[in-house]
Ligand binder design. Sequence first.
Ligand SMILES: C[S@@+](CC[C@H](N)C(=O)[O-])C[C@H]1O[C@@H](n2cnc3c(N)ncnc32)[C@H](O)[C@@H]1O
Ligand SMILES: [Zn+2]
Length: 393
Amino acid sequence: MEISEDKWEEVTEGSTTFSIYKDADIIYDASVFYNPKMAINRDLTILSLSSIIKKEQKKICFLDPFAGTGVRSYRIMNELPQNSVEKVVVGDINPIAVNIITRNSTNLNLNEKMEIKHSNAINILDSLPKKKDTTHIIDLDPFGSPIEYIEESLRALRINEGYLFATATDLQVLCGKFPDSCYRIYNAFSTRLFLCHEVALRILICNIITSAGRLGLAVEPILCYHHEHFLRVKVKVKDSKDVANQQHKKLGFVYFCKKCSYLATVELSKELDNTLCSYCSEKLEKAGPLWLGNLYEIEHIEQMKNDIGLFSLQLEKKIEKFLDFVLDEIDFPPFFYYIPFILRYCKKEGVSINQIIDSLRAKGFAVSRTIFDPQGLKTDASYDEIVKVIEQY
Ligand SMILES: C[S@@+](CC[C@H](N)C(=O)[O-])C[C@H]1O[C@@H](n2cnc3c(N)ncnc32)[C@H](O)[C@@H]1O
Ligand SMILES: [Zn+2]
């Protein structure tokens, strides 16, 4: 394809200015994909890397095999401290993407530390040297699901016990619109109801954990979240069969009531005694297998929060709020109660989530909101206790 000089446009994200090739108004029609709405994903990547570099105390080698315009890699090299990044390998299958990356690499003076590959990601992953300190972090950002690239990435990360980052945008599959596809790709049952995003995220993590387990590896989540149209998973790879065995005990199912939001989780090896809701006798929905363990590592999140001021992030306030939410819910078990459905069960109207939170706290229960839903509530109070509190109003 002819590249026409008048279609280049300068864009600034974070504190990095780079060129994109803008040959269409709609992002999905452009020859090379660039979505400014994903800046939050890239801002959080910068903060995660900042946190990892401090923890690991070494220079990182980063692989970006679905680079598109290459924005993520420019930001990493430009915004993180110069002496903390050893090398970035940037690849894409699309020749125009590679053209954009080559141009920006020269303009931004990044050629020394940046290796550009025009290749299928699977070949890049396959050909990575399995040597000490060659690849510490792999960031998978394909169109749709990252699942077919997980195992190769884990193999490459084993020697350094590195980090795997992955974005998934196949939410229609993971959130239950196409159950046959979800079962084929992820071997799991999902849901379209209020727990769908958390279920989707935990199904994806479960798949990464089982892929790792087959290789004798464990992966520990450091920050996994849902935002708008994507899921983001960041995990640390551990070369330990013992840790992997322990982790597999935290795979299971969630059962929940689509009428009153009662829920229960159960390990894979166990059965739920009663699959009818104890409150309204509705048949409980079942989703999984999925990960029932933690989504975040507290030290990682706290360091990210501390480091916000080091960078010029346009979305600083939003990110601060997001990390506060995460810290709030960090110690709670998985999933949440959906307040509108509990109110319906109690036949109550006009009681706000904040009133319920205050009342539960006044009774000594731990309570938090959740990043998954503004009407979601996590608590160590039983369903009976929540009902009692609501009935006071
Ligand atoms: C979602 S976009 C990446 C966006 C980019 N990471 C960013 O932050 O703006 C996915 C990219 O993967 C590339 N791609 C798709 N399939 C690929 C494959 N099998 N190997 C390498 N690149 C591929 C596409 O050309 C596209 O540029
Ligand atoms: Zn019920």
